[in-house]
Design a protein around this ligand. Structure first.
Ligand SMILES: Nc1ncnc2c1ncn2[C@@H]1O[C@H](COP(=O)(O)OP(=O)(O)O)[C@@H](O)[C@H]1O
Ligand SMILES: [Mg+2]
Length: 359
C-alpha cells in the first residue's frame, strides 16, 4: 500500500520513461525515481535525499521569459530541465512554478512550494491547451470551487497556467495541503487508473466518498455533477487519477478536490474510437450511447433517488449551451485564445444537455 501511494506520485507515460532513462533507472521503480525528482509533488509530501540539503533561505529565483520559453521548448524531450525537481502524475508535459501577484514566475525551493502548474501543448492533440482552458473556464459557471486557469504565451509558445488547489496561505506563509488521487485511496497502481484495466468504476468512487469524506452528501452530489459535466463536455478520460481527495484544514477534513484535467477528449475521434470512457455509465462505454435512462439506472445503483438526482443535475446544467457559447465568443475575440475547438465541443454539449432533460 505504502509503495503504491508513492508509485502514484511519479509521472506517467513518456515523461516517466524519459526520466528513468536519464537516471538509468527502471520505469517500474517509481520509488527510486522519486528519490531523484520528488522535491515537489502533488499534495503535502516532498521527498528529499537524506541530510542532503539545508533549507535555503532568502530570495527565490525568478524565471524570466527567455528561460520560460526554453523550458517549454525542451520539456517534451527533457522533463528534468525544470529544476526544481518536480513530480506530478499524468502523461502530459508539465512543470510547476511559484507565481506572484504580478504574474511573475519563480523557481520553488525547499522553503517555498509551487503555486501553479504549467501545462504545455501536445502535437498529437491539436489545440489541447485551448480545449482544456475552455473546459476549465466553463466549469467556473457550475462549480464554486473551480480553479483559476489562464492561457498565456511566451515568445509565441502557448501554455496553460493552472492554480494549485493543494496550497494554502496561512499566516502569510504558503503551506501544502495533502491530496490523494483515487488510485492512492484505493491502493492501486497508476496503470490501473482505467476501469478497463482493473481500476475503479463510479460505484467504487462513490463508496470511498461515503467512507472517507467529511461532507458526504455534498461530495456525492459534487461527484454526480462532475460525472454529468464530463459527459456534457465529452471528457472520456476522467479516470481514477483525475479525481482526488483533498485534506483540508477545515472542520470537514477530507473532501473531494476541485475538478481538474477537464478536457473535451471526444473531439479527437482518433483518441476515442478504440477506447471506452474511463468509467462506464450503467455499463456503457461510449458517451454517444448514453440515454436518460442510463443516468437514472446509475443513480439507482448508487442508492440515490434517480428522478430527483437527474432533475437536479439537468437543472444545474440547464444553461450550459448558452454559457458555453458566450464564453466561446469572448475567447474568439482574442487572438491568444481564439480556437476552432470550441464550436466542436459546444455541438456535443448542446445535444447532450437535451438527453438529460428529455424523457
Ligand atoms: N489544480 C491543481 N492543483 C493541485 N494538483 C493538481 C491540480 N491539477 C492537477 N493536479 C495534480 O497533478 C496531476 C497531473 O495533472 P493533470 O492535469 O491530471 O495532468 P495530465 O493532463 O498529464 O493528466 C493530477 O493527477 C493531480 O494530482
Ligand atoms: Mg490527469
Amino acid at each position: 500500500m505504502r509503495s503504491l501511494f508513492f508509485e502514484n506520485l511519479a509521472p506517467e507515460g513518456a515523461a516517466r520513461q524519459r526520466i528513468a532513462e536519464k537516471f538509468h533507472l527502471s520505469e517500474e521503480n517509481a520509488f527510486s525515481l522519486l528519490a531523484k525528482i520528488g522535491d515537489d509533488c502533488a499534495g503535502a509530501v516532498a521527498l528529499l535525499p537524506k541530510g542532503a540539503r539545508q533549507p535555503r533561505r532568502g530570495e527565490i529565483k525568478e524565471i524570466r521569459k527567455r528561460e520560460l520559453s526554453r523550458m517549454i521548448d525542451r520539456l517534451p524531450e527533457n522533463p528534468l530541465l525544470t529544476a526544481p525537481r518536480l513530480s506530478l502524475a499524468g502523461a502530459q508535459s508539465k512543470f510547476a512554478v511559484i507565481r506572484d501577484s504580478e504574474g511573475r514566475y519563480f523557481r520553488s525551493d525547499d522553503e517555498h512550494p509551487t503555486t501553479h502548474i504549467i501545462k504545455i501543448g501536445n502535437q498529437r492533440y491539436p489545440e489541447l491547451l485551448q480545449n482544456e482552458f475552455f473546459c476549465m473556464r466553463l466549469a467556473k459557471a457550475f462549480f464554486d470551487d473551480a480553479v483559476e486557469v489562464q492561457l498565456d504565451a511566451v515568445n509565441g509558445r502557448k501554455f496553460l497556467e493552472v492554480q494549485r488547489f493543494d496550497r494554502i496561505k496561512k499566516n502569510g506563509r504558503l503551506e501544502r495541503l495533502h491530496q490523494e488521487d483515487f488510485c492512492q485511496v484505493l491502493g492501486l497502481l497508476s496503470r490501473m487508473k482505467y476501469h478497463a484495466d482493473g481500476g475503479p468504476g463510479i460505484r467504487t468512487i462513490y463508496r470511498a466518498i461515503m467512507e472517507h469524506s467529511g461532507r458526504k452528501a455534498a461530495d456525492v452530489f459534487k461527484l454526480v455533477k462532475m460525472l454529468v459535466y464530463n459527459y456534457l463536455i465529452g471528457n472520456t478520460d476522467a479516470h481514477a487519477k483525475n479525481f482526488s481527495f483533498l485534506h483540508t484544514d477545515r472542520e470537514n477534513g477530507v473532501v473531494l478536490s476541485p475538478a481538474y484535467d477537464l478536457l473535451a477528449v471526444d473531439i479527437y475521434p482518433e483518441k476515442t474510437a478504440f477506447h471506452a470512457i474511463a468509467m462506464p455509465i450503467n455499463g456503457k462505454g461510449k458517451f454517444a450511447a448514453i440515454r436518460r435512462k442510463d443516468w437514472l439506472q446509475l443513480f439507482a445503483q448508487l442508492g440515490l433517488n434517480p428522478e430527483g438526482t437527474l432533475k437536479t443535475a439537468a437543472h444545474t446544467f440547464d444553461g450550459i449551451c448558452d454559457e458555453a457559447q458566450t464564453l466561446a465568443a469572448q475567447l474568439q475575440d482574442d487572438p491568444l485564445t481564439a480556437s476552432p475547438v470550441y464550436s466542436k465541443s459546444i455541438d456535443n454539449m448542446c445535444r447532450r444537455s437535451e438527453v438529460l432533460s428529455n424523457a
